[in-house]
Design a protein around this ligand. Sequence first.
Ligand code: DON
Length: 319
Amino acid sequence: LCLLKVAMTPPLDSDALQTLLERLSNDASRCFNEGKVADYIPALAQVDPDQFGIAVCHVDGRVQYAGDAHTRFSIQSISKVHALVLAMQRLESDEIWSRVGREPSGQAFNSIMQLEVENGIPRNPFINAGALLITDLLVSRIVSIQNTLREQLRRLSGSPDIGFDEKVARSEMDHKARNASLAYLMQAYGNVHSDVDDLLDTYFHSCSVSMNCVELARSFAFLANRGVNPLDGKEVVSPLETRQLNALLLTCGLYDAAGDFAWRVGLPGKSGVGGGIIAILPGQMSICVWSPRLDGYGNSIAGRHALEGLVAGMGLSPL
Ligand code: DON
């Protein structure tokens, strides 16, 4: 019994975790001389690059944070996870996985090469082509994907005023060429059915959602809690689907840097070009870090460093 208790004791009490979060936040400025904010979406280039926030949401719903954890930012590709969740809630497994794969792509998040070689079937739902495909699947099931996604995010995070940043969405539409190419290529292969401009508008709005670290950590707590949102006790996805989502996050969540992220951090994660990264510590907590300067893969540099520091500081060996 005593041994069992030791094995189940969380590695750090909340005071020690708070001290660690504050140390990571203070250390983050060491990364402020590296990388740059995403500028291929001009509206994102206007963000002050030297910011850092971190928040964790425990499976009992308690939140701890440090730094700029209440500053909202563009969640970008992190919304691809919530879009997939909406699809898993509404469609049969075959309907999804006959049209999108579950393998890491080993290519940049917006690459088009593989898509032609693989007949318009995206490698996974987290690269841009895969998220466009998921959006196309949702079009047939949901009248307003934008409203449904926004409601889902508000409910999961407990923040009733979460919404879209129209400026960011418009900026992406004005620079849509690459995503439009992905969508048209999939349409040519018969894998995308909706009007491409409508599809892009919905996809860009999903990417433009503004949230802060605390809200994002809360919105992912269900993935640490066997599919149940600790805020309202409701099941978001089943325990099996939770395991499947975490497996996809581990293998595909950081694109062509997924292997390096697993090597360094060892947690399922998802990044966005707004500088956010979420990570899941199953059974314990969800984590969100944010810092806008990105590496060449489109992932936050200070964010990844902080996650490495968190795992080391908590004495975790998750894999
Ligand atoms: O479509 C795009 O390129 C962006 N809205 C999202 C890309 C993104 O966040 C990739 N993540 N690291």
